[in-house]
Design a protein around this ligand. Structure first.
Ligand SMILES: [Zn+2]
Length: 275
């Protein structure tokens, strides 16, 4: 699933491609892709101009002025530039055609049957069920060391807490494993056992790793590509994720794979303190 860095890149790409362009055509494959009737999806978007894009956690926000698009790409969803208009299908679940000075631009939002492309009134996007429950963004002021110390006063595993979007918005399985490795904290640790120093390290690592991953335009395993069809580069900088059996880059011990918080989890049994 695209996490904060990949969603940031896709959102910025869509802005680079389509900001200032008017929607000429809009269609969804099935009613369950969006929160409005397919006819309404078309009627409310056609004639609108994309003013800008943003992100809330792992959700893309498209500002069309009088209507806001809320896009959640899950699993292998992506935004794809198509060579020309085509009716939506199982793969290209929502399709938008933009017009401007040059050639029309056609963007497909793929595999949305697990995600969605909802339409909201401007200013009401924060009431969307997933957005209203989001915790602070890692790059916001609200995401402070003090905030984390408070959030970590629970017996839940540190990994489970960091995956919880109401604790911090935007982290998923890949980046949580990398953050905990960088902080030297084992994923199975109970959050309330972290020392103040470890909490500071988790905080700093979260920002550092996400920033670096955005710089490298995300992590690509199988399906993630940016809206220009390019792969990301952060997969080459992963220290533990998918590296089971390889030597830990810090201490040389073999990295292990286990199951924590219901997710495949990679960690170093030696230098990530299990407490
Ligand atoms: Zn190690």
């Amino acid at each position: 699933m695209p996490e904060l860095p990949e969603v940031t890149v896709i959102s910025e790409d869509v802005a680079a491609l389509a900001r200032g362009l008017e929607v000429l055509r809009a269609a969804v494959f099935r009613p369950d892709v969006t929160n409005v009737e397919p006819e309404e999806f078309e009627r409310r978007l056609v004639g609108r101009t994309l003013r800008g894009t943003g992100r809330r956690g792992k959700i893309i926000v498209l500002d069309f002025g009088e209507v806001v698009g809320i896009v959640h790409l899950v699993i292998s969803g992506r935004v794809l530039r198509l060579p020309g208009w085509r009716e939506p299908d199982r793969m290209n679940t929502a399709v938008l055609e933009f017009g401007g000075e040059g050639e029309p631009l056609v963007l497909a939002f793929t595999r949305l049957w697990l995600g969605y492309f909802d339409l909201y009134e401007p200013g009401e996007e924060d009431e969307h069920p997933l957005i209203s429950r989001l915790g602070p963004d890692p790059f916001s002021e609200g995401f402070s060391v003090e905030y984390l110390e408070d959030a970590f006063r629970r017996k839940a595993s540190i990994k489970g807490l960091l995956l919880d979007q109401s604790v911090v918005a935007g982290l998923g399985n890949i980046y949580v494993d990398e953050v905990l490795f960088a902080a030297g904290v084992h994923p199975t640790r109970k959050a309330d056992t972290l020392t103040p120093e470890e909490t500071r390290k988790v905080h700093a690592a979260t920002r550092d790793i996400l920033r670096r991953a955005i710089e490298l335009r995300g992590t690509t395993f199988d399906s993630y590509h940016d809206a220009f069809g390019e792969t990301g580069g952060f997969q080459h900088e992963l220290k533990v994720f998918t590296r089971a059996g390889e030597p830990c880059p810090r201490c040389g011990t073999r990295i292990t794979k286990s199951r924590v918080a219901g997710r495949g989890t990679y960690s170093c049994p030696a230098c990530q303190v299990a407490g």
